[in-house]
Ligand binder design. Structure first.
Ligand SMILES: Cc1cc2nc3c(=O)[nH]c(=O)nc-3n(C[C@H](O)[C@H](O)[C@H](O)COP(=O)(O)OP(=O)(O)OC[C@H]3O[C@@H](n4cnc5c(N)ncnc54)[C@H](O)[C@@H]3O)c2cc1C
Length: 405
């Protein structure tokens, strides 16, 4: 891994990137196989790495200092993320553990002081686990307005009924943030059905896990299907204002998409590195792979894929950071980056032959991850619709699209 200072970035961000790269390259990547084996040896390696991360003040880049995090802000975290992503193990070892990290951000922004004390602090301390429960088997996850799970007020409690699926980390979670439909009478007497997020402890009566969904055939994973059957929680478990659930979910997903994309870029970068090293050492048909023009095409096309994905994502992050309107850029990177990653990893797999699809290399996991990202966090088609809507609205308003902003 070669990470040089970027001239346009501050000294602080360059230092964070360089220190992160040392830990990922020297302590995490060489120990990946041992950590995956599990057991006592893995536990002690993980503990040692966490110690280094904390002593270098690189723990929890997504959190403010008040909650034990780095307090570095959005851009620095985005730039750090492409380095963390070189190993699928890094984020967890640096204290960024999805979906806890997303829930922590939502609790920080929408939680009351009591909720922060009760749910956020133990989550940050690692004493609790959490999940985010929005998607349902019988309504379109790509259209969150179609959610059918209801929360009805009864005295000083919410009573929740519904059926959810793909609640990640649901097996070990102590609480889930559940997206519910709450009904409200408007001033004109109509009933307005809005989305509200409610914190549900997983030991509540009626919180029933039906099964673990075998994603990519992997059984016993932590993405679960849940039935909420007359689950009762106190009214104070409502997170944010009534009806703010959709906005809170967008908040979570907006910044999350930039981090996911920087994460994809880091993975592509490692795949590119592995592929390039293989092409200069592997002999086939009387010559090194690097001498074959089709393989040179792989290298060139992958460079173009990574560089375009990276610049698009950094541009999007800059628009967000400068409080511009990032909606078109977020959708554009959400479509482009996983597809670019899919292509780059696919070429790297091809270059490695059997080894590429084996667990000797991290490429198969990257490949599945890239494919999955094309439908999670909003499928490609929905983002295409959003891009076209935003752009065409400008033209209907008599303006045109300005690529300079
Ligand atoms: C690994 C993984 C982890 C996940 N973790 C969580 C989690 O923790 N919590 C949670 O709540 N959810 C989670 N999800 C669910 C994810 O958010 C949904 O899968 C996603 O929102 C899509 O919803 P859906 O699967 O219901 O697809 P649907 O909404 O049924 O859409 C299916 C397909 O229809 C097409 N489509 C949709 N709309 C249009 C349109 N307007 N025009 C043309 N085509 C269209 C798209 O190709 C889309 O892929 C996870 C998913 C995965 C794969």
């Amino acid at each position: 891994m070669q990470i040089s200072p970027i001239p346009t970035l501050s000294k602080d961000i360059n230092e964070i990137r360089s220190k992160t790269a040392s830990i990922v390259a020297e302590q995490i990547i060489p120990n990946e196989k041992e950590i995956y084996k599990g057991g006592d040896s893995a536990k002690s390696i993980r503990a040692e790495i966490r110690e280094t991360v904390k002593s270098e003040k690189l723990w929890a880049p997504h959190l403010p200092e008040q909650y034990g995090g780095m307090g570095i802000g959005f851009m620095a975290h985005a730039y750090m993320n492409e380095i963390l992503a070189w190993s699928p193990l890094s984020n967890r070892l640096f204290g960024v553990i999805a979906p806890n990290s997303g829930n922590q951000k939502v609790l920080l922004k929408y939680g009351t002081d009591e909720q922060k004390k009760k749910w956020l602090e133990p989550l940050v301390a690692g004493e609790m686990e959490s999940a985010f429960s929005m998607t349902e088997p019988d309504s379109a996850g790509s259209d969150p307005r179609s959610i059918q799970t209801t929360a009805v007020k009864d005295g000083d409690e919410w009573v929740i009924n519904g059926h959810k699926v793909m609640t990640s980390n649901g097996i070990r979670a102590d609480f889930a943030i559940v997206m519910c439909r709450t009904e409200e009478e408007t001033n004109s007497g109509e009933i307005n059905s809005k989305m509200t997020q409610i914190i549900v402890p997983t030991d509540s009566s009626g919180f029933n896990i039906i099964r673990s969904v075998p994603i990519w055939g992997h059984t016993g994973g932590d993405h679960v299907e849940i039935k909420y059957e007359n689950v009762r929680v106190p009214l104070e478990n409502q997170l944010g204002a009534r009806g703010s659930g959709h906005a809170a979910a967008q908040d979570r997903l907006g910044a999350g998409r930039v981090f996911h994309c920087m994460n994809s870029i880091g993975q592509m970068w490692r795949a590119f590195d592995l592929m390039s090293k293989r092409t200069i050492t592997r002999e086939v048909h009387g010559g090194l792979l690097e001498s074959k023009q089709m393989i040179q095409g792989f290298i060139a096309d992958s460079y173009i894929d990574i560089q375009t994905a990276r610049l698009m994502t950094i541009h999007c992050a800059e628009v967000m950071d400068s409080e511009g309107d990032p909606r078109v850029d977020i959708s554009a990177i959400k479509i482009y980056v996983p597809a670019a990653m899919h292509r780059v990893v696919d070429r790297a797999i091809q270059v490695y032959g059997w080894k590429g699809v084996s667990a000797d290399l991290p490429l198969f996991g990257m490949y599945q991850g890239a494919r999955t990202l094309r439908l999670a966090d909003g499928p490609d088609e929905v983002h295409r619709i959003l891009i076209a809507k935003q752009i065409l609205k400008k033209y209907r308003d008599g303006l045109s699209w300005d690529f300079g902003i």
